[in-house]
Design a protein around this ligand. Structure first.
Ligand code: 0CN
Ligand code: SF4
Length: 316
């Protein structure tokens, strides 16, 4: 039986960003330098495949510092940690390496700077997400007020409405965030914003590529994990940009082939924490079932790279 024809559009950029690449390298290099086990506080990046691979090599994933022995190295995940975490690790004399993405650290520094200037912070983010917990934890309780939606802005009760600044999680929807910022500016005209957006280049670029791709395809698959904020936003952006079927898949076995019955084109992208090998696995699954024509939707080129911390660059 001949295979049905299908055009596969690959979004570019997609997949790993510089912060994820660095964070994974940090765990790999720590395992090389100090041997197993190396402890990692929280999933180094939100991807089960990445985490399982590192666990096989001797990384131990825990949620809290209390779950780490005092005499083994501990790495903090790419999403960042509240200030109390490195402080506690230092107090216990633990060897720790911070894999917080430099673009998340940039937001931490911004928050501290605004706070020193006497401004109370409003953070736009998702409650309970580790990055939001980490960023809010840069300042004492009450100094950072959280808003998740434009509606939340109405209920904010700041100390002084004229002495406010806002910061955001790095992996939000660009369009939703613009709405929240507009609501903040409408209610608090004096509110101070970041010099350069807090939403990172990788989040922005992946959303742009999806917007360009969505109207061209019958269906869109986003390779990524259900706990990955930036990956979930890509599904939403795809749906809103007009794609009738947009789904998050962790790997090829998650694809609902019946839902794809009768389609002529599929767009594929991946969140910043999804490894290329899983994207290839998904493409391979299409090649097995369809007579595929490959195409690309390129909306940006990326050349960002971050160095690993010095302690890992020094010989062991
Ligand atoms: O999926 P991630 O590990 O994290 P979120 O998108 O949930 O924040 O991707 C890396 C992003 C960072 C920090
Ligand atoms: Fe850094 Fe953005 Fe990647 Fe998060 S998604 S690790 S903030 S570059």
């Amino acid at each position: 039986m001949s295979k049905p024809p299908l055009t596969l559009y690959m979004a570019a950029p997609r997949g790993f960003c510089a912060g994820v690449d660095r964070a994974i390298k940090i765990v790999e290099m720590a395992l090389e330098k100090w041997g197993a086990p190396v402890y990692v506080r929280h999933e180094i990046v939100h991807n089960k495949f990445v985490v399982d691979g590192l666990r096989d090599r001797g990384a131990v994933f825990v949620e809290e510092l209390d779950d780490c022995p005092p005499d083994r190295p501990v790495i903090f995940s790419a999403h960042g940690v509240p200030k109390a975490v490195p402080a506690e690790a230092a107090a216990r004399d633990m060897l720790f390496v911070d894999a917080t993405c430099p673009l998340v650290s940039k937001v931490h520094i911004e928050a501290a700077r605004h706070s020193e200037a006497g401004l109370q912070m409003v953070m736009i983010g998702h409650a309970g997400h580790p990055e939001t917990v980490g960023t809010m934890g840069q300042l004492p309780p009450g100094e950072v007020l959280l808003v998740e939606t434009a509606e939340d802005v109405a209920t904010l009760a700041p100390r002084d409405p004229d002495r406010l600044a806002f910061i955001t999680q790095t992996t939000l929807s660009v369009d939703d965030t613009a709405e929240v910022v507009a609501a903040l500016k409408a209610r608090f005209p004096a509110i101070v914003g970041p010099h350069k957006e807090d939403i990172c280049y990788a989040t922005t670029n992946r959303q742009e590529a999806v917007k360009a791709m969505a109207p061209k395809v019958d269906a869109m698959l986003v390779v990524g994990a259900p706990n990955s904020s930036n990956s979930k936003r890509l599904v939403e952006v795809g749906t809103r940009a007009g794609c009738g079927y947009a789904q998050l898949v962790q790997r090829a076995s998650d694809i609902d082939w019946r839902a794809l019955d009768g389609i002529a084109s599929v767009g594929i992208t991946a969140g910043a924490s999804a490894p290329e090998i899983l994207i290839e696995e998904v493409v391979q699954a299409f090649l097995e079932r369809y007579d595929v024509t490959m195409d690309q939707i390129v909306t940006a080129e990326e050349n960002v790279e971050f160095k690993v911390p010095r302690v890992l660059r020094q010989a062991g």
